[in-house]
Design a protein around this ligand. Structure first.
Ligand SMILES: C[S@@+](CC[C@H](N)C(=O)[O-])C[C@H]1O[C@@H](n2cnc3c(N)ncnc32)[C@H](O)[C@@H]1O
Length: 278
């Protein structure tokens, strides 16, 4: 293909295919399967012409060691995006993480704050309720084991606390045991709230960087975006976990972010990192 088309034409083809994929997803047709099929075909076309590079992983010694002992689900490409966003923060407004699990990404972000001498408070929320009511019947046990789901969730919460106390002791994040919708309602109302370590914090104000890694279904991810957008300062960053995976709904939120015209795509590694421009 490269011998036939010059590179500018190739770029145009890729851009067009990506745009068609995004448009296909937005298209209000009754047959959802047709719309998804069309979007997949266009994405595939873009991929064939311009095969994405594997994620760039610049994982330093601390993060390498942290990943051995701090349980979590952290896309390694996010590490580079965390560092980029934190190194380029445009103010001292807080950083927000939605979905902390056992603190792997939390501790990684705290590490980059330390490294780049940033004093922005790191605020996180998670309720450690892995099967939210919206997803139907909550199982009582973990798989077919005798381990109670309730104990499993408490274990994850305790592990989170132990991990931040171990790895971010000099700059502890404020963590609120809330679903993101509850967190944003509290943030919007500007109340004083208590974090999982019993510390009081006055909520409210702008964010400089939001990391969206909570409920990965379309409706939740879209609401998380709208809520982040309401508080993200101009110049601020937003990173969406699992935003190129087709199994969840986060990728479907991406065309809407682009369509606002207010966000510049900084990286897809493979997850989307945007900077708010207006
Ligand atoms: C993929 S994990 C996060 C992984 C984590 N960032 C890490 O580095 O390992 C998703 C987390 O989001 C939490 N979560 C699910 N729905 C949520 C919601 N609506 N609001 C906030 N957190 C949520 C889950 O409890 C879970 O801990």
């Amino acid at each position: 293909m490269g011998t036939v088309l010059d590179s500018r034409l190739m770029e145009a083809v890729v851009r067009t295919a990506r745009r068609l994929a995004a448009v296909a997803l937005e298209f209000p047709v009754k047959k959802k399967s047709f719309r998804n099929l069309a979007a997949r075909a266009f994405r595939r076309a873009a991929w064939v012409v311009d095969t994405p590079e594997p994620p760039k992983c610049v994982v330093d010694e601390f993060v390498t060691q942290l990943c051995y002992v701090n349980a979590g689900i952290m896309e390694r490409g996010n590490v580079q995006s965390f560092e980029y966003a934190i190194a380029h923060l445009s103010s001292s407004a807080p950083i927000l993480e939605i979905g902390s699990l056992c603190g792997l990404s939390t501790n990684t972000m705290a590490h980059f704050k330390r490294k780049h001498r940033k004093t922005n408070p790191l605020i996180t929320c998670d309720k450690w309720k892995f099967q939210q009511a919206t997803e139907g019947v909550v199982p009582t046990h973990v798989g077919d084991s005798p381990v109670l789901m309730e104990d499993f969730q408490r274990f994850a919460r305790d592990t989170y606390i132990r991990n931040i106390q171990m790895f971010s002791a000099t700059d502890l994040p404020y963590t609120f045991e809330m679903f993101s919708d509850e967190f944003f309602a509290a943030w919007r109302s500007g109340i004083q709230a208590q974090d999982v370590l019993g510390r009081e914090l006055q909520l409210g104000g702008p964010f400089s960087f939001c990391f969206v890694d909570g409920n990965h279904t379309y409706d939740f991810a879209k609401r998380d975006f709208l809520n982040c957008d309401a508080f993200l300062e101009v110049g601020g960053f937003i990173l969406f976990d699992d935003s190129t995976l087709l199994k969840d709904g986060v990728y479907k939120v991406m065309p809407g972010v682009m369509a606002t015209g207010r966000y510049e795509l900084i990286a897809m590694n493979p997850n989307h990192l945007f900077q708010k421009k207006a």
